[in-house]
Structures are given as structure tokens and as C-alpha cells.
Design a protein around this ligand. Structure first.
Ligand code: CIR
Length: 268
């Protein structure tokens, strides 16, 4: 297993893109750095044999810690994206250099007319992908992903004005199923459930989570990393056999709209 991460730049607290005002609660740079370091350590402990790449930060790219948006693990290699925010496009270059040097094969490419943030891509194992049609991701990106992966990639609207598809929903594999933010339940029932291959049951079911942050889990090996507020539904899910759950606090990164999945790309 290979895990790609990138250090937090010194410009993060002041300049990372954020839909929240910094006036009331400024991002705390040192706390964000400590949380990110603990996250990378948790990944390493969850996957002891994995090689972890920690790319150096670039202070000219305040969002560069959110590596999920720049590279996608696809069968046989990696698809590099073209992030929807122009200020983030240059983040791809270091990922390309380091991941190809690590031996991965580049698969496919986005056309210059398309944009794709990895936060919009929900991988459903061998069944394919759901791709969020957010403000960051264009329909052509799903075609590029299908070509690069050889798997179906279906475009779906994102709920409300979420930044990304995975801001509302992630998949913890067949034993634990989908985790969907409670606020996105109407969207899930009306829009997503009808088009899921085999329905939600075919993916292990769906659990609605009161805190949207806690619906964004990272599965690495047999471990699920999670953050945010607990709730009875989540506690019941954690009690199921098959995954060890570990809580990681990335609250300072969440102030720049980052969730747990945003900060790593995991190549099995
Ligand atoms: C951005 O707006 O692009 C960053 N501040 C947050 C990106 C979060 N990425 C993700 O959810 N995959």
C-alpha cells in the first residue's frame, strides 16, 4: 500500500480557501499542523507496512494539504485531476512527480475543458464510482474517470450546496456500508438510492449520521478513521465486526472545508 499526503503550508491558516468566515474563529496554524501530523501518524499505524509519501508543503499553495483533490487511485495506477479552483491547479505537479517516481503508472487524463476534485469521487470498489456534479467538477470528468479506470462512473448532483460529494457521504465497504449526513437524507432517498447498483443494501446499507463531519470516514486496511460528534447510529455501526474505529480530530482543517478523506490518497 502507498499513501500520499502533503505537509501543511505556513500559509494555511491565513489563505486556504474557506466558506466560513475567519473573523469569529480564526484558523489556528499550529493546532492544524499538530492535527495533521497526528492524522498521518494514525494512517501509518493503521497500515504498518504502507509506504507513506509526505510531500513538502508549498506556501504559495495554501490548500495543498488537501491531496485527495489532485490524484485518484484507479485500477493499475493513478489519474491526476485538474482541480476546479484555479488557485489549486499547480498542486498537481508535485503529486505527479512523486507518485510516478514511486512507481505508479499514470492512467488517462482530464481534458483541458474539464475539472475534477477528488472530493467528488466516491469509489464503490469494483462496482465503479459516483462522481459529484459540484461547482468544482464537470460532467466530462466522469467520462475521463471511466476511461482511466475501465469502470462505470456515474455523475450525481451533490446535496444542497455542499462543496463536494464526499462532504455528505462516504463508503466504509460492504460490512459497514454508506455513511450519509442526516442533513442529506432527502437527497439520498430521492436522488441516490434509486441509482445505486443493487440499491443501498447492495453496498452494505446506509447509516445516517447527525454530524456531517462524522459521515466522512477514511478506510485504511482494517481501520476506519473518523472525527466529529458521536451519535447512536454511528455507535451502532462501530459495534459491527470487521473494522477497528479510531477517532482523529481535524477540526482546524475542517474550518477550511477539509474532512478526513481530503488529506490522503490511498493506493491499495
Ligand atoms: C478547497 O476549498 O478546495 C479547500 N479549502 C478544501 C478542500 C477539501 N477537499 C476535499 O474535501 N476533498
Amino acid at each position: 500500500m502507498l499513501i500520499y499526503t502533503r505537509h501543511l503550508p505556513r500559509s494555511f491558516a491565513a489563505a486556504a480557501l474557506s466558506r466560513h468566515s475567519r473573523e469569529d474563529a480564526p484558523i489556528h496554524q499550529a493546532r492544524a499542523e499538530a492535527q495533521h501530523a497526528a492524522y498521518v501518524a494514525a494512517l501509518g499505524e493503521a497500515a504498518p507496512g504502507a509506504r507513506i509519501i509526505e510531500a513538502p508543503a508549498d506556501d504559495a499553495l495554501p490548500d495543498c494539504v488537501f491531496v485527495e483533490d489532485v490524484a485518484l487511485a484507479v485500477p493499475g495506477g493513478v489519474l491526476f485531476t485538474r482541480p476546479g479552483a484555479e488557485s489549486r491547479r499547480a498542486e498537481v505537479e508535485v503529486a505527479r512527480r512523486l507518485l510516478l517516481a514511486a512507481g505508479l503508472t499514470e492512467r488517462g487524463a482530464l481534458s483541458p475543458d474539464d475539472t475534477l476534485d477528488g472530493g467528488d469521487v466516491l469509489a464503490l470498489g469494483g462496482l465503479g464510482y459516483l462522481v459529484g456534479r459540484s461547482r468544482r467538477t464537470t460532467p466530462g470528468a466522469a467520462r475521463a474517470l471511466a476511461q482511466a479506470s475501465g469502470l462505470p462512473a456515474v455523475m450525481v448532483p451533490v446535496p444542497g450546496d455542499e462543496l463536494h460529494l464526499k462532504s455528505a457521504i462516504t463508503w466504509a465497504g460492504p460490512t459497514h456500508g454508506l455513511l450519509c449526513a442526516e442533513s442529506a437524507r432527502p437527497w439520498f432517498e430521492a436522488t441516490l438510492a434509486p441509482i445505486l447498483p443493487g440499491g443501498a443494501e447492495g453496498l452494505g446499507g446506509v447509516t445516517f449520521i447527525a454530524d456531517a463531519l462524522a459521515a466522512n470516514v477514511v478506510i485504511v486496511g482494517e481501520t476506519a478513521l473518523w472525527q466529529g460528534q458521536d451519535c447512536p447510529n454511528l455507535a451502532a455501526l462501530r459495534a459491527r465486526p470487521g473494522l477497528t474505529w479510531r477517532r482523529v480530530d481535524m477540526s482546524e482543517l475542517a474550518r477550511a472545508d477539509g474532512a478526513l478523506t481530503c488529506c490522503s490518497v490511498i493506493f491499495p
